[in-house]
Structures are given as C-alpha cells and as structure tokens.
Ligand binder design. Structure first.
Ligand code: C2E
Ligand code: MG
Ligand code: MG
Length: 751
C-alpha cells in the first residue's frame, strides 16, 4: 500500500492535503506570514515604526508606511537622509531635550518615552509621542534605536486647554475676593481659598482648615444659625444669601453672607458641598445705619414717628394680654419757636438734645421717648397703673424740663405742656390715642402751659373750636376779611392828635369783629401772622397816604409786629415794599415791638432794627414794663419811643408802686432820649398825672377808642374845626404847660 503522505505530497496541488501535511505547510509558511502580518500591521498603524542608528543624526534605517501620514515625507525621503534627516524635522527648541532624555534612558538601560514637536513637510507643527529601546551591539554599546512615534497633537492640545482652564479656575479661586469653600457631606472643610481664610482672620487656608476643621465650629454668634444653614441646605440643596454674624479668629464680630449648594454624582450620591462667603459687615452696618436713620430723629437720636407706631402697637398688644394700660403722653415745649427764632437753630437743636436726655432719665428702660418733630415729643409708658403713677411721671418730666440749661454760655429756660391719653380707655389705636393726647395737650397750653392734662371726651369741644378758628383765619387771609381800626395818639404838649395805632380785627360770620386776644396767638402759632402782618402793613400805609392826600395834617401810623415777623422773614424788604406800594414816605410809619421780642437775642435783632431805622421808619417799644429789658441794650437800640403798659396806667391813683414805675419809665425814656407815651388812659386823673410828670403823649379811651377808618377821618376833620373836645384838650395842655399845675374843670370825654 502506498503511503498516503508521499502521494499527497506529490499531488499536493490537486488533492486536498491531509491534516499533518497542513500543519507542515503552515509551519513552513509561518515566518513569511508573520512578516506579512507585521508589515500589514505596521503600515496600518497610526504612527511610524522606526529603526535608526544611535548617531548624532539618528540616521534612519527603517521606517514604516505611517511615516508619510505623520510627517508628510515618504520613507525613502527620510531613510539614510534621502532628503532630510529625522533630526531636522524635530522642532529646534525640543531637539536638545529629546536627545538628553533618550540618552538618560539608554544610560539607565530602560525604555525611553519622550514628547516633542515636529515640523511636517507642509510646515505644520505636530506634537508626537515617541517610545523605544536601545539595541546593543556585540560590544554592549547601543548601536541602534527602535521605537514608535505617534501623533498626539489632539490629545496634547486638549490637555493644554484643560491645564489652561484649570490654571484659570485656580487663579480665580486663589485670587477671588469672595471666600470659596468645599466641604464633605459631613461638613468637614476640604478646600478653601485664601480669601475665606482672610475673611475669618486666618493667615492661610491651611491654618484655617487646621483650626476650624468643620463647619460646626465656625463661630456663629447665634448658636442655632449653623443648624438653620444645614437644614436649608439639606432641604433645598442650596442656600442663597444666608446672612449671619460670626466671630473671626481674633474674636471680632463680622457679618457674612453665604451661598452654598450640594454637588451630586450621576447616581445621585452627595459628593460635597461648595459655596461662597462674602464679608458683608460694611453693607450690613450701612443697612443698619439706614434703618436707624429711617427710624430715628437725627437731632436727638430718639425714635421717630415710624418707630413709635410700631412700639405703641407692640405695647398695646402686651397690655391687652396683661390687662394693663399704656399711657401716651404728648409733650410740647412751650414757646420753643421763639427760642429757635431768636437764638438760632444750633442752640435750638442743643436744647432739644438736652431735653431729650432729661425725658429719658424720667422714664424706665422699657418705656419709649419719641420725637415726633419740631418741639413735639411722645412718651410711651407701659404698666403705669392708675392715674396717680402717671401723674408722678409727668410731674417729674415737667420739673426736669423746666430746669434751666446752659447752652453755648447762655442760660435758657423752657417749660412744656403735656397731654395724656390712656390705652384702652381713650382709644384702641395709635391714631386715636395720639389725637386725644394732642387734645389734652392743647388744654394744658390753654391753662397757662407748664402743666399736664389727662384727656377727657369734653376736651374735644374746645379743640374743635380751635380748629374752626384756625380754619376761619386761613379763610380770612384768603379773602382779606380783616378790618383795621385806628386809635389816635395825643400829644400832651400841644394837645393835638400826633399819630395813630392800627389795631387789627377779624370779621366773623355774624357780622361782628373778633378781638386780637382771640386770634393773635393762634395766628402766631400757625404762622398765619406773616401774611396777616403784611396785609396790616399795606393797609395801614395806604390809609395814611389817603389821609395825606385828603390834605389832613401828616402823622405817623403805628403797626404792631409779632416775633415771627421780626426773625423768621425778611421784614425790611416787606416794609420797603409796603411803603413803595402805598407811596408813603418812611417817616410816617412806626413799628411797635415788645420787650421780649427784642431782648431775646438783642445782637441779631439790632441789625434788623438798624436797617429799619436806615429806611427812615420809627421804632417804639410797646407794653414797656411787662417784660424785662437790659438797659445797656435799650441804649443801643435805635428806638424812638417807649409805650408804658396800660397795666401801670390803670393803677395810677390807686397804687403808689404803679405811680413810681410810670414816673421811672418817663425819666428813663427821657434820659435815653426817647419819647414816652402812656397807653390805656381812661381817666382825667391818669391824664393829669401824666401831664404832671411830663409824659409826651397818651393813647386811651379817655380821648378815643380805636375807630373805623371813616370814623377816624371824621375825627381828624373835626379836630381842625375847633370842636369842644379838642379845644378843651389843647387848653388843658397849654395851661398846664404854662402853669405847671392843673385843675380839671371840664370833661373832655364829652363831645
Ligand atoms: P397793644 O399794641 O398794646 O394795643 C393796645 C391795646 O389796648 C388795644 O387792644 C387797644 O384797643 C387797647 N386800648 C387802648 N386804649 C385803651 C384803654 O383806654 N383801655 C383799655 N382797657 N384798653 C385800651 P386791642 O386792639 O384788643 O389789641 C390787643 C393787642 O393785640 C395789641 O396790644 C397788640 O399787641 C395786638 N395786636 C393788635 N393788632 C395787631 C396787629 O395788627 N398785629 C399784631 N401782631 N398784633 C396786634
Ligand atoms: Mg401796640
Ligand atoms: Mg400795648
């Protein structure tokens, strides 16, 4: 039998080979296959396989097909420096380093890995990654290098971008002015930036982490604050603008605002918390300052109306619970406007501050002293019990306020009027309580000031009347519903009418006239006296001009001024204007001022008076003897006459003191080179006394009541015609002046 193997081998192309033969064939073909596989692999590799000499040029002995794709050069162009050496392709800046790194690896007999740039045929720069080994020759020295070079440009660029981004973020983290932190889910600090360390008073993040460790120990001044922060963070996954007060390392307190959020992985597992911290101390303090400003009066630093509303409401709620009472005491400084006007706002403000302190000293810590504005204050007192306790407090306040105070070297005294209303008896809301306290306060003013009154429902009637009067006055100003009466002043030497005083009345709706005592104070308090006073000035000047135009003997018209007209507005300009409008010469106008008006702040007033005098207007001091006068100032004032107050004249013949005072005023006036006029002369006895003592002029019912304009004209016309009244008066005067003694035989009051 033929051995099948031999036949098979002979007929191998024709017959399917046996198993053994196949194995033999395969092993014969194996080296070739391997080579082919390698070649295929190499030419398909993304990169180039090489072998080169270990010489200065890295002379290439073999490169794979990938060479073209990587460098743009074909293998034959590179092999044995066909066209260019691989060394030349390497970026000049990298060549030396690459060589050094490879040499170092070879010396250490390890594989080398090196990254560098090459310049491709088209000029493009690529990053490559080369790894390889040195192959030693027989003598043990490395003769060739074999390795693989691949293009890593894309990876390199994205790593660079990442690094750049990382550097950017790091810089933000390191240089941020806001504190930034990262904590573990348990609240342990993992990472914080220098700003956070700085905010908390630590030198470095490391010191911060070492000493604070976990968020629990951040020293929130309010103990529950941290729990609240964690609660919100856990509940919502984020917290924004969480403001709290903490202690720094040096124990100083600061305000911080925190923002934080939880960071989860894809599976929803909490990884860490991260957030920011900002030092908001300054804005917090500013905010508090603003809040304080909004709620406090800048002059006294007391709570203002806004805060009072709040506090009173709180106190009422408390009182409701405890079944107790709250007292609302409205306090108004008496005549404060006058002080402000005459001594200036600076001193006025200082006085308010002093009074605010005194009021605070009179009440308990739990009570409130509020400044409503101007000279109005409110005391809110809780738990005052029955009326007596409240009376004691208000009594204390009255005394404290009335104590004189020294302000800028001057002693100032002020009193106050207090009205009290009680919750719940007199009202159950802020508005009503204040309104009723106000009513009681006005009652206190009416009763002569420097006292306090508890509110009672009957008081409302008085207040309503007052409001009605104020309303009527306002309307009167609009419609000019005023009347001026004129009272003659009689010269006691010639016995002739030497001047007149204009006296104001308001027409009431029943056709009658309101007397000054009923409205002047209200007009002054409400400021209406300014427009009213202007009307008086215009009217009086026009009337006097009318008399002159009628050919009547020229004389002066006197008008009365209020303090407010002297200090709070440009009186000189108003006087000039009134004179100009009427066409009246200034010498025919006289202004009557009171002692208190001029003596409050003589230095300031003197300037105004001098300007008025320069205009040619005459000045006199009214109601002389009722106020207080400094003689040295009196001498300096450009005043032409003194008017002895009618209270002294009235007492003449009944009271020796009054007589002495009248005499003294007359001689004082004369020694100061002033004329002296007596007002309120009602009897012949009074007149004879004045004549005897050389008083210059008189004014009073004995001669004439204040008259309406037309009546006054008639009076003047009669004077010229020599009617009884005037001739008797003239006779009396001249005979007295001739004989220096007088017997009254005729009744000059009769016509
Ligand atoms: P006064 O300036 O001292 O005016 C004198 C007051 O005495 C006037 O009162 C006058 O009617 C009154 N009188 C005159 N002779 C007699 C008399 O023989 N016996 C009595 N018992 N009284 C006499 P009247 O008109 O009621 O004015 C009161 C005060 O009102 C004035 O006192 C003055 O201070 C003020 N007044 C009047 N008109 C004005 C005005 O236009 N402006 C200002 N600011 N105040 C005025
Ligand atoms: Mg007068
Ligand atoms: Mg008077």
């Amino acid at each position: 039998m033929n051995k099948p193997g031999k036949r098979d081998a002979l007929n191998s192309t024709r017959k399917a080979p046996g198993k053994r033969q196949r194995e033999i064939d395969r092993s014969r073909q194996a080296p070739r296959e391997k080579e082919r596989t390698l070649t295929t692999l190499m030419s398909n590799l993304d990169g180039m396989v090489y072998r080169c000499r270990n010489d200065a040029h890295g002379t290439l002995q073999f490169v794979s097909e990938g060479c073209y794709h990587l460098t743009g050069f074909r293998p034959e162009e590179l092999l044995l420096h066909g066209e260019i050496s691989y060394e030349q392709i390497k970026h000049p800046d990298d060549r030396l380093r690459v060589r050094d790194e490879i040499n170092a690896a070879l010396a250490a007999e390890r594989r080398f890995f090196v990254e560098y740039r090459i310049q491709c045929r088209d000029g493009a720069i690529k990053w490559v990654w080369e790894r390889g080994v040195g192959i030693a020759g027989d003598d043990g020295t490395v003769v060739t290098l074999e390795g693989f070079i691949e293009d890593v440009t894309e990876r390199k660029l994205s790593t660079q971008a990442l690094q750049q981004a990382e550097r950017g973020f790091r810089s933000i983290f390191e240089n941020a002015t806001e504190g930034i932190f990262q904590t573990s889910p348990e609240g342990r600090y993992l990472n914080i930036n220098p700003a956070l360390a700085r905010i908390c008073g630590y030198d470095s993040p490391a010191e911060f982490i070492a000493s604070i460790g976990d968020m629990q120990h951040q020293r929130y001044t309010e103990r529950t604050r941290h729990d609240e922060f964690m609660r919100l963070l856990q509940k919502h996954g984020a917290v924004t603008n969480f403001v709290s007060e903490i202690r720094r390392k040096d124990r100083d307190k600061i305000w911080i605002s925190e923002n934080a959020r939880a960071v989860f992985d894809e599976t929803g597992e909490l990884l860490f918390y991260e957030g920011t911290v900002e030092d908001v101390t300054e804005s917090k303090l500013n905010q508090e300052k603003l809040q304080h400003l909004a709620n406090h009066d800048p002059v006294t630093n007391l709570p203002n109306r806004l805060l009072m509303n709040d506090r009173l409401r709180q106190m009422m709620l408390g009182a409701q619970r405890n079944k107790s009472v709250v007292a609302v005491a409205l306090l108004d400084l008496d005549h404060f406007k006058l002080i402000n006007d005459t001594f200036g706002h600076n001193r006025g403000d200082q006085l308010l501050q002093t009074m605010a302190h005194r009021m605070q000293a009179c009440v308990r810590e739990s009570d409130s002293v509020v400044r409503l504005g101007g000279d109005e204050f409110v005391l809110l007192l809780s738990g005052v019990g029955r009326g007596e306790a409240m009376s004691q407090v208000t009594q204390r306040v009255l005394h404290a306020i009335a104590r004189p105070s020294r302000i800028e070297g001057r002693e100032l005294s002020v009193s106050c009027s207090i009205g009290v209303s009680m919750f719940p008896r007199d009202g159950r809301d802020v508005q009503t309580l204040l309104r009723n306290a106000d009513t009681a306060m006005y009652k206190a003013k009416e009763l002569g000031r420097n006292n306090f009154q508890f509110y009672s429902p009957e008081m409302n009637v008085v207040i309503t009347e007052r409001l009605e009067l104020q309303d009527a006055l306002r309307k009167a100003v609009e419609k000019e519903e005023f009347v001026l009466l004129y009272q003659p002043k009689v010269d006691l030497v010639s016995g002739q009418i030497a001047g007149m005083e204009a006296l104001l009345r308001v027409k009431d709706d029943k056709g009658g006239l309101l007397q000054p005592q009923n409205f002047i104070r209200l007009a002054e308090e409400s400021g209406l006296i300014v427009p009213i006073g202007e009307w008086v000035m215009r009217q009086a000047c026009a009337f006097n001009k009318l008399l002159q135009d009628r050919g009547l003997p020229p004389m002066r018209v006197a008008i009365n001024l209020s303090a407010r007209q002297l200090t709070r507005y440009d009186l000189v300009r108003a006087v000039e204007q009134a004179l100009r409008d009427a066409g009246l010469s200034a010498e025919f106008l006289e202004l009557e001022l009171t002692e208190s008006m001029v003596m409050h702040d003589p230095e300031t007033v003197i300037a105004t008076l001098e300007q008025l005098e320069a205009l040619g207007v005459q000045l006199s001091i009214d109601d002389f003897g009722t106020g207080y006068s400094s003689l040295s100032y009196l001498k300096r004032f450009p005043v032409a006459s003194l008017k002895i107050d009618q209270s002294f004249v009235r007492e003449l013949g009944q009271d020796d003191n009054a007589a002495a005072i009248v005499k003294a005023v007359i001689s004082l006036g004369h020694s100061l080179d002033m004329k002296v006029i007596a007002e309120g002369v009602e009897t012949e006895k009074q007149m004879s006394f004045l004549l005897e003592n050389h008083c210059d002029a008189m004014q009073g019912f004995l001669f004439s009541r204040p008259l309406a304009a037309d009546e006054f004209i008639t009076l003047l016309e009669r004077e010229g015609s020599g009617t009884d009244k005037f001739s008797i008066l003239r006779q009396l005067c001249s005979s007295f002046n001739d004989q220096s003694s007088l017997q009254f035989t005729a009744n000059i009051t009769g016509n």
